[in-house]
Write a protein that binds this ligand. Sequence first.
Ligand code: XMP
Length: 512
Amino acid sequence: SILIVDFGSQVTQLIARRVREAGVYSEISPFSMAEEAFERLQPRGVILSGSPASVLDEDSPRAPDCVFESGVPVLGICYGQQTMMAQLGGAVQLGDSGEFGRAFISIDDRCELFDGLWTESETHQVWMSHGDKVTALAEGFRVVATSEGAPYAVIADDTRRYYGMQFHPEVVHTPDGGRLIANFARHVCGLAGDWSMAEFRDAKIAEIREQVGDGRVICGLSGGVDSAVAAVLIHEAIGDQLTCVFVDHGLMRAGEAEQVVGLFRNSYNIPLVHVQAETLFLNGLKGVTDPEAKRKFIGKTFIDVFEEEAKKIGGAEFLAQGTLYPDVIESVSFTGGPSVTIKSHHNVGGLPERMNMKLVEPLRELFKDEVRALGQELGLPKAFVGRHPFPGPGLAIRIPGEVSKDRCDILRKADSIYLAEIRNAGLYDAIWQAFAVLLPVRTVGVMGDGRTYDHVLALRAVTSTDGMTAEIYPFPSEFLARVATRIVNEVRGVNRVVYDYTSKPPGTIEWE
Ligand code: XMP
């Protein structure tokens, strides 16, 4: 395994992800606990992460001495490289100007990290983000790559197998970064590269058993992939100590509630309480047109209903959630300054404090595509784990203006035609999210010999890697024409269909 010593960089989890992609097991340990983690894990290699701190600050963090005394290979990234120099006898200075963003490095010499990847006198794109820089090397090191702003862009001590990089190989803006990290893990540390999601699953199962003991766990299912994968994993670990609660707000897509309930009860035999709360939600949404008011009402009501059910079940000490790594970063402010609320996202975020329960969050270090892989590992149907993301407040935020049962039904029907056509065309997996939006606007049309005066429906489809930014999906016009015709012909209440051509930013993915 590899131990990743975390000095607090925003992207440390990406290092772990790249190591996982190389088929190698890793653990992240905060620097303050790294010595203990090193003793326990006995890793074959260590990676030192970046940090918002400066090596030049008094009391800035350091790697534990055992790392350098043990003789295992070490890779220092950005701050990790700087602290390695500071600890081994080199020097670091405040840069007169930092280097942030895309940069190019030239390869001056061979080194094991570059094997099969980079050769001398080539130039490669990397991602830099640093103020300070190394200005003198510790004994035994040589420079193997340089950039304009970083004369020590990559350094190597071939004897001790210590490597340092000023840039960040873990981010996607360093196109070869994943392969550099794989080279370190497999080639330099000699790890086999045969670790897989199956082992992640086993490790998590052991961890959940250890955390929960013989306690009881409640898991709120949203109908989405994340909470379903978390629930199935936890059920494998502790069986019927887990109870799932599915608060059905009646704002799901066509057939979705039935699908989730069927999957859990019949295929997995997981105890599931299906709370049918459509009337409660729709009554509360009467007259509510403001998007934030809708979101707040749905979030609050969800928590009320969930809490009541949890009380009925009784005796649960733990609350399970399908929190993913991007949810963790989004909820922490790194800027320190106030950030504007664009939308109050609804999930079970407010629950833990309110209910005074301990959290079980087995997916906290994973990214969406990894959760999908884990779901498949757990035997969830491919079509289920591959489903597009769906927001907690459901169809309510895809019906601008007032939400009603009729409008939900119209939208469900149109949306299912749209998605069926996307699946038929084989495009579903190429799209991050596709959905219909029912507008409160009516327009005039003509059907047969008659005049119609019905709703406008908007179609949206975007590609994205994390939902933070998005590009519109460029359907062929024949495809859109076919969908529009089917919807107008088959869905009563809609007589006009338009396509949303807005990327994010400036638009958001959902309309509200
Ligand atoms: P926006 O509309 O903010 O959406 O561009 C980004 C991604 O987040 C999803 N989304 C939500 N997910 N609860 C959720 O769990 C919410 O309240 C919520 N609002 C938006 C949206 O579908 C997209 O994938």
